[in-house]
Design a protein around this ligand. Structure first.
Ligand SMILES: *Cc1c(COP(=O)(O)O)cnc(C)c1O
Length: 378
């Protein structure tokens, strides 16, 4: 039994982030301001998109994406049940109905077939998730959505640094929503981003996050002349602070290195796990590369059940997690009777997420795999 506990995730935060946050505080401008604007520009470039609009979280980003698309009561929005619950909740925020679709076993993602199985004339939009950082097939799903005349929102909460067809997953998305929660690869504490290519959409999203104002507080402050703002519609306060953006700017500089390191550690896990029967680790799909935000393992024909595996790992000082949740199994969605979701139910029941972070050592990995190997032969 190891002395130290191995956490499932640790954010990579250094002295540079602490200094950047302190500088933002000392500058006196702590609400949304120049650092947020710079963070948006740099993030959009990294994400392969024309414009970035920073918000308070990915949850609020998803909400604004649906407001932007004018999705509302009477509309159906297809979402994977296999996702963090915020994906489905965003649909309810606008009074629309989430309709759960099943996912592909290997990627955990929606496919044309699983969406087609639940699509109706009332389907207004789809929120497809790049689950745990694994990209969905953007070429196939984007063109299917277009042919159906249905908007495709991309929940890229976990996918900063993931690629599809050689490009960042945000490239070519109609609208993508990102998260900077500490459980993701880069963090601002809390925080989110919307990326779009359309300049008018970016302007509308900026208004929606800031009370519907036609001029931002930062622009008003920068003007020598008094600027009288107008409130064009009922909107929200979903702003990010300049303190968060200061941290985010440092984190952006770390993204490529963190993803490269995660991919190396994931490859080593895959190698070590290869000779353990009944375990299937997540892998890159043929068309892209995951950032391995979540390194999950499916227990396909393992002698020990998932929860018992988690308990054994915990007893050995390893914090693993159950696999990705399924929203339709939660009390909040108890009254929803979805179409059969066999793959979703299998993945959420039989998978677990192993520790993967910048501070994970080869010794830690050997320890984690050693516990699994012992269970496999039990
Ligand atoms: C984490 C996550 C969210 C929510 O992100 P927040 O920034 O915490 O609101 C939404 N969707 C998915 C798929 C996530 O993993």
């Amino acid at each position: 039994m190891s002395e130290r506990r191995i956490p499932v995730m640790i954010p990579m935060l250094g002295e540079e982030e602490a200094q950047a946050a302190a500088e933002a505080v000392r500058s006196g401008w702590v609400a949304q301001g120049p650092r947020v604007a710079e963070f948006e520009r740099q993030f959009a470039t990294l994400a392969g998109a024309g414009h970035g609009v920073a918000v308070s979280s990915c949850t609020t980003a998803l909400h604004l994406a649906l407001v932007l698309l004018e999705v509302g009561p009477g509309d159906e929005v297809i979402v994977p049940s296999l996702s963090f619950i915020a994906t489905a909740n965003a649909v309810r925020y606008v009074g629309a109905t989430p309709v759960f679709a099943d996912v592909d076993l290997a990627t955990g993602n929606l496919t044309v077939e699983t969406v087609e199985a639940v699509r109706t004339p009332r389907t207004r939009a789809i929120i497809a998730v790049h689950q745990g950082g694994v990209p969905f097939d953007v070429v196939v799903l984007r063109s299917a959505a277009e042919s159906w005349g249905v908007a495709l929102v991309e929940d890229a909460a976990c996918a900063a640094g993931s690629t599809a067809y050689g490009k960042p997953v945000g490239a070519g998305a109609t609208v993508a929503a990102w998260s900077f929660h500490p459980r993701k690869v880069i963090t601002t504490g809390e925080g989110g981003m919307l990326t779009v290519d359309d300049r008018d959409w970016a302007a509308r999203l900026r208004r929606l996050r800031e009370h519907g104002m036609n001029v931002s507080a930062a622009d008003r402050h920068a003007s020598a002349q008094p600027v009288l703002e107008a409130y064009l519609e009922t909107a929200y306060n979903y702003r990010m602070t300049d303190i968060q953006a200061a941290v985010g700017l440092v984190q952006l500089g770390r993204l490529a290195g963190l993803v490269a390191q995660r991919r190396e550690l994931a490859a080593r896990y895959q190698e070590l796990l290869a000779d353990i029967d009944g375990l299937v680790p997540v892998r890159d799909p043929a068309y892209g590369e995951t950032n391995y935000q979540s390194f999950w393992v499916l227990l396909e024909s393992f002698p020990v059940g998932r929860d018992a595996v988690l308990a054994e790992l915990a007893a050995a000082g390893v914090s693993a997690r159950r696999g990705i949740m399924a929203a339709h199994l939660e009390p909040a969605y108890a009254e929803v009777t979805p179409a059969p979701l066999p793959v979703t139910e299998r993945l959420t029941r039989d998978s677990l997420i192993l520790p993967l972070h910048h501070a994970l050592t080869e010794g830690d990995q050997d320890h984690v795999v050693g516990v699994l190997r012992k269970l496999a032969s039990s």
